[in-house]
Design a protein around this ligand. Structure first.
Ligand code: SF4
Length: 686
């Protein structure tokens, strides 16, 4: 059978946005997926889960026809019967219209997230939302806290090009596990180590696969990274490692910062973080004495009630040492703000009515169960149109989410590739294309490429793209916007033109446009993105979010976390696993085989006190509920810490519900954000 290699782009919710070289077999199927060697961030490397994408693309459980539920909610495929596309779209349009007539337009809530990161297929649902004046969605489940923290200091969502890691003498991976979740970082770390003898420091509550490779691993208690960062800065000032010339020129208030940090010494931080003073001082000296130090800022430590303040504190470090000024120095959190794309056409921003209410996606459980505050004192949500996400498993407070979806008066349409837990609760399920079957354009969080990905195989079965479904519904609902009459490629083309970028015809042949800024801009030597062009040590939290009252202006430890009590002494981190990406890939054979079973990593001393052995069943819980896992003895963390990597399908758990049963939907400070790693729990023998 004919085999050719075609270019594509990984669409998954991962900063790497890898450039792909896909084996296409006979024009219809795919074989092995490799990283594109010529794309200088990907450098030929992709993660194992995408290398075996054929397992997902050609999975026997892919949805292939529109379905109407005729049985009980939650049962799965057996509760559905196939219908035609016209029947399905007519019914969805009619039910959305009925909901709007009964409770008002805001009772319809289009709900989406990052199952694909392609801008057209992900964000096009907003065009329908705005054209119809349905409820808006506050996208808080991933980066609300980290964005807030980064913007407080730097002022714009970009940082030093990830490829410069290879030019660094010290790489600090703070709050991330790229060896498992973002493999390309390690490619550039390996180059720096090989070519420059660079050091690698990892800061993470447990000894991850990345920490295993590090020269130094610090494991603070979850929610205490801000204290660690402050003590490091205290040492930098005290021991002459602060670059006062740099700070005088590029920062707002170095004297104020130094005075503020005078009491934040390593002994203070040791009490909060659970680290030894020596560890803190040792890291501070290493960081302070290395000019080309590069912090790869992860998301993990931002998923906490104080997460924005924590990330802000860490972002201050290179501004104290002046590392931003050197090649291979500085920091990167995300480059998603690097390319200024005009999204008016894709998202229908010209139809946005700012008086429509905004509902917090992380609080979907509270929203669907009628919490007045979560509903903004508005009408109930009585119809959901869902694309690209599986809130039954990924949203916090799963018990409440499940209760909301169980409502008999709630209409739900899910457009998906598989019969997810959320799809199983829907009234109508529509089969969705994968990235290999539709056109889209992709930004990268970790690099500077804007990449065009074209369809490389025909749609599976009767699958339709998100864009096609949104346009089909728009026609039936009478939604008016020129974007509904365009193909995905026409939308991309027009968006590129109005953004002042090369259009599709003039785009690089391989689909990869490198938008890397000049050195001075990339390193903020021509100014940070605040009005005074300085890095801000004094955060203007009131300008970032309404819940600022408990956030101090200078970096600090903010003691608002769920720090436990005698009833709930353990701190749970619900971390990502290597082989799943949220719930994507948690149904492919190789991912399931590698991950084994839902497992809690528990310190051996804690295990002993519970009278448990390695491999025993353990019940883990708090006031939101409890579930059973298998315990694995693991010494690579503090004794109070418990790690559960996921996200597993609900059916993998004895009682049919996963780890987000225990996580809180409390909004992080100052403008919301899910606090997945800020949970206290008890453990008991099961
Ligand atoms: S590393 Fe991330 S971007 Fe690259 S192939 Fe894997 S999931 Fe996709």
């Amino acid at each position: 059978m004919a085999l050719d290699i075609v270019p594509s782009v990984c669409p998954h919710d991962c900063p790497s946005a890898c450039a792909l070289a896909v084996e296409r077999v006979g024009g219809r199927r795919i074989g092995r997926v490799r990283g594109a060697a010529a794309q200088t961030y990907t450098r030929g490397v992709v993660c194992a889960k995408v290398a075996r994408y054929g397992e997902r693309q050609h999975h026997p459980d892919r949805l292939s026809q529109p379905l109407r539920r005729v049985g009980e909610k939650g049962v799965g495929r057996d509760a559905f019967r196939p219908i035609s596309w016209d029947e399905a779209l007519d019914e969805v349009a009619e039910r959305l219209t009925c909901a709007a007539q009964r409770h008002g337009l805001e009772s319809v809530w289009p709900y989406y997230y990052a199952g694909t990161m392609g801008l057209v297929q992900r964000d096009g649902i907003n065009r329908l939302r705005h054209a119809m004046r349905y409820s808006r969605e506050d996208l808080t489940i991933c980066n609300a806290l980290s964005d807030a923290g980064w913007l407080a200091g730097v002022g714009v969502k970009r940082g030093v090009d990830g490829r410069e890691i290879a030019k660094s003498d010290l790489i600090v991976v703070w709050g991330g596990n790229p060896a498992a979740t973002q493999v390309n970082v390690m490619t550039h770390v390996a180059a720096a180590r090989r070519e420059r003898g660079a050091g690698l420091v990892v800061i993470d509550p447990y000894r991850t696969a990345t920490a295993e490779q590090a020269d130094l691993h610090l494991a603070p208690l979850p929610g205490t990274d801000g204290a660690l960062a402050c003590a490091v800065m205290h040492v930098l000032f005290k021991e002459g490692c602060a670059d006062r010339v740099y700070m005088a020129r590029y920062t707002d208030d170095p004297a104020g910062l130094e005075a503020h940090l005078a009491t934040r010494d390593p002994a203070w931080a040791a009490r909060i973080t659970g680290l030894a003073e020596d560890e803190i001082v040792g890291f501070a000296r290493l960081f302070g004495r290395t000019r080309r130090s590069y912090i790869r800022v992860g998301y993990g430590f931002s998923r906490s009630r104080n997460g924005a303040a924590q990330l802000f504190a860490v972002s201050c470090l290179p501004a104290v040492t002046g590392a931003w000024a050197y090649e291979g120095g500085g920091a990167l959190y995300s480059n998603l703000g690097l390319v200024e794309l005009d999204r008016t056409l894709i998202e229908g921003l010209d139809r946005l009515d700012p008086t429509t209410r905004i509902l917090d996606q992380s609080r979907i459980g509270a929203v669907l169960t009628g919490d007045r505050r979560a509903l903004g004192n508005g009408p109930p949500v009585s119809a959901l149109l869902i694309q690209n996400t599986n809130p039954l498993v990924v949203a916090p407070e799963s018990g409440l989410v499940r209760g909301g979806f169980a409502r008999s008066d709630l209409f739900v349409c899910v457009h998906e590739q598989f019969m997810t837990e959320t799809a199983a609760m829907a009234d109508i399920v529509l089969p969705a294309t994968t990235f290999l079957e539709h056109d889209d354009i992709y930004l990268g969080g970790a690099h500077s490429y804007l990449q065009l990905g074209r369809a490389v195989v025909p749609p599976h079965g009767e699958c339709r793209s998100n864009h096609d479904v949104i346009c089909g519904l728009a026609r039936r609902l009478g939604a008016d916007h020129p974007g509904f009459a365009m193909t995905a490629l026409e939308l991309i083309d027009r968006t590129l033109r109005i953004s002042g970028l090369p259009d599709v015809e003039h785009y690089p042949e391989d689909g990869r446009l490198d938008c890397c800024p000049p050195f001075a801009t990339g390193h903020f030597l021509d100014g940070f993105a605040h009005a005074d062009e300085k890095f801000h040590f004094r955060a203007d939290w009131p300008a970032i979010g309404p819940a600022f009252a408990r956030l101090p202006a200078f970096p600090d430890h903010v003691g608002v976390i769920d720090d436990g009590d005698p009833e709930r002494p353990f701190r749970l981190v619900a971390a990502p696993s290597r082989s799943f990406l949220n719930t994507t890939f948690n149904n492919t054979p190789s991912s399931l085989a590698r991950e084994g079973r839902p497992t809690a990593l528990v310190h051996p001393e804690a295990l002993g006190r519970l009278g448990l052995d390695d491999g025993d069943r353990v019940r883990i819980g708090n006031r939101r509920g409890s579930l059973v896992l298998h315990a694995q003895s693991f010494a690579g963390m503090q004794k109070r810490v418990v790690i559960v990597e996921g996200l597993w399908p609900n059916h993998a758990f004895e009682e049919g519900i996963g780890i987000n049963l225990l996580t809180s939907a409390d909004p992080g400070l100052p403008r919301g954000g899910a606090v997945f790693h800020d949970t206290s729990v008890w453990l008991r023998p099961a």
